[in-house]
Design a protein around this ligand. Sequence first.
Ligand SMILES: [Mg+2]
Length: 431
Amino acid sequence: MNKEAKVEHLHEYKMNKIIMHIDMNAFFASVEQQINPALRGKPIAVIGSNERTVVTTASYEARAYGIKTGMTKYEAKRLCPHIILVAGDTGRYTDTCRRLVEIYRQYTPMVEVYSIDEVFLDITGSISLFGSAEVIAQKIKMDIHKRLGRLTCSIGIAHNKLLAKLGSDMKKPDGLVIIRQDDVDTLLEHLPVKELCGIGLQLERRLSVMGIKTCGELGRASIRLLRNQFGVIGERLKLMAQGIDDSPVIPLEQEPDAKSVGHSMTLDRDVSDMETLERHILHLSEMVGRRLRRGGYAGRTVAITLRYPDFNTFTRRSTTGMHMNNSIDIYRVAKDILNTIRLQQPIRLVGISVCNLTRNVAQIPLFRSDRIKQAATRAMDEINDRYGDFCVTWGTLIERYHHTGVISPSWRPDGVKCVNLSAQKTREKKV
Ligand SMILES: [Mg+2]
């Protein structure tokens, strides 16, 4: 892209869009401190209930001791012996996220929930109603304070999502950073490439080998060279380094249909007995089935993902002739797949997903036994919708430990989560 084209491109953004990125500060820890005043001002770390859990969020008081997301609780204790470990409660965080989204919706309908503690707002159409982007940001901060107490956020404002996210990262906690078009080139010139959302460790390493360390250097790199190295994303990398990003804010109701629905969990201990493994598979099948039914989906392919203690991970799939969303059907297929696998080691993580999805499947089953099964499932879903997940479930699951796992980055306030098991990492998302 030549210089003229770039200027024109940017001009278009400047005229068209004002994007805000809101990142809640130390979200899980702040929610816990808000709910329990005894935790305020103290170093706390939110962990899962699982024996092998890691720190998902540390309060700012704990961060002062060097405690970071991803550390084991033993490492955290070593750094700060008086740290308070709090078992995370998924329900509290999803509930708070829903309440935050209600606040944002007062300012714009264009709210994209990027993760449990991050959103993008397109406030282009809201400026004339509220004054300026800065005014909207201040109002949002005040609303959060009024309705949710001590929660703070960092806000970045720019003409696209990439730069808005960069802005919110620049000042924590309680920041407000506006990146103006005229400042973009100066800001990016010496900025390390890894600071851009979407450039991970691997890409950073590969670029570094090519002698590219800053966005300035990446933005000037030859397009042919980048294409040779990175294929189709080569061009996109160059544009990103120039601060160009035309990805739209996608509100919840416009999210593309799910390609797959899945869930995985790291087990309390490595498991080699089939009965325990099958119980976990039933549990996961119910979680996946419920989400499919809630979103009005059914799928033909069931996949099971297993991970050994050495992190060797593999997925096996089976495609059936019918679309299904009944938990027991999913479980049966998953169990059949499991029976074809000769386990080499005990299992550390297990995941179930369903793909090849179709929407709005309202078939009336042919056989009476299937009709009964469907009615039972519907009754169970209704009770669980009202009184909470797993209020009514199968006997085999009753001994199930209280699993307060980490929320998938693809969590959404309502409807279907798109989880790609193969891409899922064990490292919990930083919040
Ligand atoms: Mg955050």
